[in-house]
Design a protein around this ligand. Sequence first.
Ligand code: SF4
Length: 273
Amino acid sequence: MKSEIFYKNPKSILNKGTGFLSGYTHSLNPYTGCSFSCSYCYVRQMPVSLFREGGQWGSWVDVKNGAADILKKEIVKAKKKGSVTIFMSSSTDPYQPIEHKETVTRSILEVLVETPPDFLLVQTRSPLVCRDIDLLQQLREKVRVSMTIETDSEIIRKYFSPEAPPIQARIKALQILADAGIPTQVAIAPLLPSGEYFPHKLKPIVNRICIDDFFLGDGSGGKRTKKIGIDKKFIELGLEEWYSTCAYKIVYKRFKEVFNEDQIYLSQAGFEP
Ligand code: SF4
């Protein structure tokens, strides 16, 4: 699906960290909307999507004009009040395809290098994040790139999120980030069916794993996801046992056999600063 691009002039760019992100002082979304359009995206059930006229989630993206200039002022103000920890992003992917052209996320990182927060988590599933290694390196230990890899199966990935980058490209990006000295983690979020060899594929490139599922991590105990009807996709695949509050335990056990226990985080704990 091709997304229609709009240009908006927001009044603010830093939002207060609440709910699942209450460990952060702020969240930051360089765009509204997301052309990766994942079928399971919980944002589909949030007001930003529900009350949008003229187009389903994924069919539109708002580019936030002047985001860097707004951030310059807001971060100085925020830092005067104390520690500043930023989650980027909670309801869009900061490195979705339009970022190639618009570079809103890059302009935001430039501001954050000039006026660093105490911590920045960059949440993405796009290898485009590697373009900004020069800036991420300047943030040193104050940044962590969290790369979503929900499954090791390209068939499953294509079934649930055909517009998102291939799994192998994400794994390669993680390797590039690690080689550049950028702190990273893998977010198996939301947990999708995966194979027994999944932990072994990640072991050489990452030492921090966060496992999250539809029930722990959609901010509503799984209700938002249920409304989307994602359970039907699992039934179509004949993999309904993976749409369960217990499925994460299988994956957790597999990872525990390969990673140290203190390298594996569950749900919210894995995204904390
Ligand atoms: S990349 Fe994230 S924000 Fe974008 S559609 Fe997928 S889950 Fe939603």
